[in-house]
Design a protein around this ligand. Structure first.
Ligand SMILES: Cc1ncc(COP(=O)(O)O)c(C=O)c1O
Length: 459
C-alpha cells in the first residue's frame, strides 16, 4: 500500500509531506502523518464527536484509516528527507492514532506503545539513579513490579504511601523527588487521589518533579489529568480505549514540547511503538468509547447499588456512600465501570466468582464483556502477600468490571451466584449478605499503615 499522494510522482509526494508537516497547527515536531486527525477548521466538538471524527487524507478517500503494514518506506533522494523511512521511527497509521489520542486527552502530543506497561516503562526512562519516586500503596500489580525492578536494579528510590492523604505525600517530598506517580480511582480498593492538590504540593516543594497519572480506570472520556495539573498522562489502551480485549496497547500524553520529544526519542530508541495493525484496531475501538462507557457505567451503578442494598461492603465512586464521592466528582465526569466488594471470607469469595456464568473470570477490565476476579490471586498476585496485607488489600475482595450486557441478566447471574455460594441469607423479604450491612467509611480508606520505604523492602 502506498502513502497518499505517492502514486505516480514521488517528488510531489515529498512536497505534500513537507506541506503537511508545516501545517502542524501546534507547531510541534511530530513525525509527519498523512493528515492531521483533527478537523481542519480547528473547531473543538463535544468529546463524543471528537472520538469518532478523523480525517484520513487517503488518496482514495478511504473512510477507515489505512493500515500501512510496511516496515520500511522508500525515499526518492539519498539524503533521507521522506516523511517516513522505518516503522520503528514512525508509521502513518500510528501517527494518525497518536494525533487522534492527543486530541481526546487534551494533550499537544501523544505516543502510542505496545502495552500500558511499555508506556510506563517509557516514562520511567526519564528517571536517573538516585531519583526518588512517590507513588501509591494500592497500585496495579504490574506497575508495582516495574517500580520494584527499578528500585532493585536502577538506583531509583520508591516511596509507596497512601496517596489519598495529601499530608502523607507531603512528608516524603524532597529535593530528590523526580516523579509522583498516581492512579485514581485506585484498583481494586477504589480510593480517590486528589490530583490537583498533590500536583500543587509536589510542584511547590520540588518544581522539577513530574506528576504522572495512570488514567486507565476512567479513560479520557471521563477524566483528563493534564487539565488537573499532571505533566504526563498514560493509560493501558488494552482497556477502555480498545474495549474488546483484542489488542494490547498503551498511550502517553503530554503538553510540554521538550518532554514529548524526549519520550518520542525513547520510542524510536527502544522500538516500543504500536504496530500498524494494532494502531488500526485502537483507532476503531476509540470510536465507540463514548457509547461503551456510558452503558458500562450505567450498568456498574446499578450493580453497585444492588450489592449495597443487599448488605455488601461496596467500593464504587458513584455511590454516595463512598467517602470521597465529592472529591471524585470534582475531577471526573463519571464513576467508571469498575467496583469491588467484600464478603469477609476468601473461600466464600472464591465460590461466588466460580458460580457466575455471564461474568467471565478474568484479569483486566474495560471490555464489553463483564468480568469478575479476585485481585489478590490474579491481577495483584505479583505483590507479596505481606505487602498486600500492609497496604490494606484484603484477600477476599472481589472486583467486578462491568460490561455492556443487559443489566437484568447481569444482576440475575450475580444473585444466583451469591445464593449458590452461600453468601446470603434468604428471608421472606429477599436476601441479605451474611456478613451484615456495612459501608466503606472514611477512616477505613486511610486505615492502612504508612509504608514509605523503597519498594525494595517488599520481600
Ligand atoms: C491501572 C493499570 N495500569 C496499567 C496497566 C498495564 O497495562 P497493559 O496490560 O496494557 O500493559 C494495567 C493493566 O491491567 C492497569 O490495570
Amino acid at each position: 500500500m502506498s502513502a497518499p499522494g505517492k502514486e505516480g510522482s514521488q517528488g510531489s509526494a515529498n512536497s505534500i509531506g513537507k506541506a503537511l508537516h508545516s501545517l502542524d497547527l501546534d507547531g510541534h515536531q511530530l513525525p509527519p502523518s498523512p493528515a492531521p486527525s483533527s478537523p481542519r477548521n480547528g473547531r473543538k466538538y463535544a468529546l463524543a464527536t471528537e472520538l469518532v471524527f478523523t480525517e484520513t487524507g487517503d488518496q482514495h478517500g478511504a473512510s477507515s484509516v489505512p493500515i500501512y503494514q510496511s516496515a520500511t518506506f522508500k525515499s526518492t533522494t539519498a539524503n533521507a528527507t521522506s516523511e517516513y523511512d522505518y516503522s520503528r521511527s514512525g508509521n502513518p497509521t500510528r501517527t494518525h492514532l497518536e494525533r487522534h489520542v492527543a486530541k481526546i486527552m487534551n494533550a499537544s502530543r501523544a505516543l502510542v506503545t505496545t502495552s500500558g506497561m511499555a508506556a510506563m516503562d517509557l516514562i520511567c526512562r526519564l528517571l536517573r539513579p538516585g531519583d526518588e519516586v512517590i507513588t501509591g500503596d494500592d497500585l496495579y500489580g504490574g506497575t508495582n513490579r516495574l517500580l520494584k525492578h527499578l528500585s532493585t536494579n536502577a538506583g531509583i528510590v520508591v516511596h509507596h504511601v497512601n496517596t489519598t492523604d495529601v499530608d502523607t505525600v507531603k512528608r516524603v517530598i524532597s529535593n530528590k523527588t523526580a516523579m509522583c506517580l498516581l492512579e485514581t480511582p485506585t484498583n481494586p480498593l477504589i480510593k480517590i487521589v486528589d490530583i490537583r492538590e498533590i500536583s500543587r504540593s509536589v510542584k511547590a516543594a520540588a518544581p522539577n518533579a513530574l506528576i504522572v497519572v495512570d488514567n486507565t480506570m476512567l479513560s479520557p472520556y471521563l477524566q483528563n489529568p493534564l487539565d488537573l495539573g499532571a505533566d504526563i498522562v498514560y493509560e493501558s489502551g488494552t482497556k477502555y480505549l480498545s474495549g474488546h480485549h483484542d489488542v494490547m496497547a498503551g498511550v502517553v500524553g503530554v503538553n510540554d514540547k521538550v518532554l514529548g520529544e524526549k519520550l518520542y526519542s525513547m520510542v524510536n530508541s527502544t522500538g516500543c511503538g504500536l504496530s500498524p495493525m494494532d494502531s488500526f484496531l485502537l483507532i476503531r475501538g476509540i470510536k465507540t468509547l463514548a457509547v461503551r462507557m456510558e452503558k458500562q457505567q450505567a450498568n456498574a451503578a446499578h450493580i453497585a447499588s444492588f450489592l449495597e442494598s443487599h448488605g455488601f461492603r461496596v467500593r464504587y465512586p458513584g455511590l454516595r456512600s463512598h467517602p470521597q464521592y465529592d472529591l471524585h466528582c470534582s475531577m471526573a465526569r463519571g464513576a467508571g465501570a469498575v467496583l469491588s466488594f467484600e464478603t469477609g471470607d476468601v473461600a466464600l469469595s472464591q465460590r461466588i466468582v466460580e458460580s457466575t456464568r455471564l461474568w467471565g473470570i478474568s484479569v483486566s477490565f474495560g471490555c464489553v464483556n463483564s468480568l469478575i476476579s479476585m485481585p489478590c490471586q490474579m491481577s495483584h498476585a505479583s505483590i507479596d502477600a505481606k505487602v498486600r496485607k500492609e497496604r490494606g488489600l484484603k484477600e477476599d475482595v472481589i472486583r467486578l468490571c462491568v460490561g455492556i450486557e443487559d443489566v437484568e441478566d447481569l444482576t440475575e447471574d450475580l444473585s444466583r451466584a451469591l445464593v449458590q455460594a452461600g453468601a446470603v441469607t434468604i428471608t421472606t423479604d429477599g436476601f441479605h449478605a451474611i456478613g451484615g450491612g456495612q459501608t466503606v467509611g472514611n477512616g477505613e480508606l486511610n486505615e492502612q499503615p504508612e509504608t514509605s520505604g523503597s519498594s525494595g523492602t517488599e520481600d
